[in-house]
Ligand binder design. Structure first.
Ligand code: C5P
Length: 232
């Protein structure tokens, strides 16, 4: 199932404490951003990549794309102050280029380089059939809802899933969800939340625990170990 991927890459990486966009940091000698882009560059089902970037990093990123043979970029809109703004810029770029409402699009954090082709395929097929599908894993831990340091509730663990990206949608549905959130001044932590607000059901595709987001230095160390294991 053909799809277009939207990659927000315009963060600052404050929690990584690297003093620059964490996506430039090397993971076994290749920048995190390049590792993530390569997954989609090599996937024959990926029709194009829309990459949201910080304006001051545009030239550096262009150089990286050239150097690593990333040729599938179809648009590079300016990202925004929040991740959701960067994703909205990608959604608008897709629409401006004449992208069809029933095409499948997928939003993926540029900071998650370890996603699998199997998960991408299942997401694209489920989104084509049902409109919305997200990658997630069952929670291995018990989850508590906590307010002011006191436990308020313990949801039944068998119903708790930890959500990742990619999140895949019919393009028209995602555009409607993004524009409504924008009009309402609603800020979500993922795209699914915005689609849920429309009352549209979102399907879950079981992903893998190693689809980690590179957020802190510990994640980088785990990422290096994962790559070493893949090479063995
Ligand atoms: O900071 P965090 O890891 O949650 O960001 C997830 C993804 O969203 C990263 O790929 C980051 O570059 C991107 N992002 C963005 N624009 C922002 C903030 C984050 O494109 N304003």
């Amino acid at each position: 199932m053909e799809y277009t991927v939207m990659l927000p890459a315009a963060g600052s990486g404050r929690r990584m404490g690297a003093g620059e966009n964490k996506l430039f940091l090397p993971l076994a000698e290749k920048p995190i951003l390049v590792r993530t882009l390569s997954v989609f560059q090599q996937d024959p089902d990926c029709a194009g990549i829309i990459l949201a970037v910080r304006p001051d990093e545009r030239d550096r990123i262009r150089g990286m794309l050239e150097c690593h043979g990333i040729t599938k970029i179809t648009a590079m809109p300016d990202g925004g102050g929040e991740r959701q703004d960067s994703v909205r810029a990608c959604v608008r770029a897709f629409g401006a280029a004449g992208g069809a409402d029933d095409a499948v699009v997928m939003v993926h954090d540029a900071a998650r380089p370890f996603l699998s082709r199997r998960v991408i395929r299942e997401l694209a097929e489920t989104a084509a059939g049902h409109g919305a599908a997200i990658a997630a894993v069952p929670s291995k831990d018990t989850v508590k809802q906590v307010t002011d340091g006191v436990v308020e509730a313990t949801p039944d663990r068998s119903t708790v899933w930890l959500v990742q990206t990619p999140q895949a949608f019919r393009a028209g549905l995602l555009a409607e969800a993004e524009e409504k959130a924008f009009a309402d001044g609603f800020l979500g932590t993922d795209e699914s939340m915005l689609v849920e607000r429309l009352g549209h059901p979102v399907r879950v595709v079981e992903s893998t625990y190693d689809n980690l987001k590179m957020t802190t230095k510990v994640d980088l160390a785990i990422g290096e170990a994962l790559l070493k294991r893949q090479e063995e």
